[in-house]
Design a protein around this ligand. Structure first.
Ligand SMILES: [Zn+2]
Ligand SMILES: [Zn+2]
Length: 309
């Protein structure tokens, strides 16, 4: 037997196990709940959501098991209390366990159904690529420019500042974003996914893969991928510079190192900063006492106040 076959077989076993669990949880927990609430018309949506929930839960557990020991072993910062990191756990669970994605899906569906109908009526057939990496690169490019605009326009920065206001950054911090900001990001990604005909399963795989890299890049870990590696993939050092007080949101481009996965966008568009220093994270005006909120709801509310101001 070729080594490749063994790998494929192992993978099939994992997928089979996963499917059995998915089926079991759906039939024994989700469906009875739908019956009780007389929501049987959501059967199909709930089945897909259970799938997303389990994939997300599995990923969170795996990331925690892999990254948390690294944070303990090679921390950049040591804190007496980790209280400030707790709200980021909540953001992560809401986003990664499919609670926010399913909400965004429901909110955005009418708009996308309309767009889809227009595309079909116009006789346009979106291209469909086999190459997974191509989708990763394309969506990463879109994320890069979305992120740059979040820093560029004050009204959008008001939302994105929630992400930057974390002064105890850990691998949980990636999903710490304002809900409205997350909705806009989800809409953009979905729109691009639709436009290039990304199959839903591919879209989910790409999202899971990039989410893992983004979690890792926020980790409180003293780690860079080296001179060349840092130019190929966003490392914890590279993204920490993006969050650094006095660097992350200043200068002509209102920050640096905007890339989520591939630093090449920063290199090409002149926003890369390969400073080799592990600096404190946060926003300048926090040093003079500006409050961005500690709890979830206060962070959400203060962002709207900044927008209005
Ligand atoms: Zn940013
Ligand atoms: Zn970040």
């Amino acid at each position: 037997m070729l080594p490749d076959d063994t790998g494929a077989e192992g993978q099939t076993v994992i997928v089979e196990w996963f499917n059995i669990w998915h089926q079991w949880i759906f039939e024994n927990i989700v469906q009875p709940m739908l019956y009780r609430m007389e929501w049987m018309s959501f059967d199909e949506l709930a089945y897909d959501w259970t799938h997303l929930f389990l994939l997300g839960a599995l990923e969170v557990v795996l990331l925690w098991a892999l990254i948390r020991p690294l944070e303990l072993w090679l921390p950049v910062e040591r804190w007496e209390s980790r209280k400030a990191t707790r709200v980021d756990v909540l953001y992560t669970l809401l986003a990664r366990l499919g609670v926010l994605p399913i909400f965004f899906f429901i909110v955005l569906t009418p708009a996308f159904d309309w767009v889809n109908a227009q595309i079909r009526m116009a006789g346009i057939i979106p291209p469909s690529f086999d190459n997974l990496l191509l989708y990763v690169v394309l969506l990463d490019f879109v994320d890069y420019w979305r992120h740059r605009f979040e820093h560029r326009f004050n009204i959008w920065w008001a939302l994105h500042a929630v992400h930057h206001s974390q002064r105890q950054m850990t691998f949980w911090s990636d999903e710490r974003e304002h809900l409205l900001g997350q909705l806009i990001a989800a809409a953009l990604r979905a729109a691009v996914g639709l436009a290039v005909g990304a199959p839903p399963a591919t879209f989910v795989t790409v999202t899971l893969a990039t989410a893992a890299i983004e979690s890792f890049s926020h980790a409180n870990v003293k780690l860079s991928f080296g001179r060349i590696g840092d130019r190929l993939l966003v490392s914890p050092l590279y993204h920490r510079v993006h969050h650094a007080i006095g660097i992350g949101h200043t200068g002509r481009t209102m920050g640096c190192n905007f890339a989520s996965v591939f630093p090449v966008w920063d290199v090409v568009f002149g926003t890369a900063n390969f400073t080799h220093a592990y600096l404190p994270t946060g926003i300048d005006d926090q040093l003079t006492g500006r409050d961005y909120g500690e709890g979830f709801w206060r962070q959400q509310w203060l962002a709207f106040r900044r927008m209005a101001g």
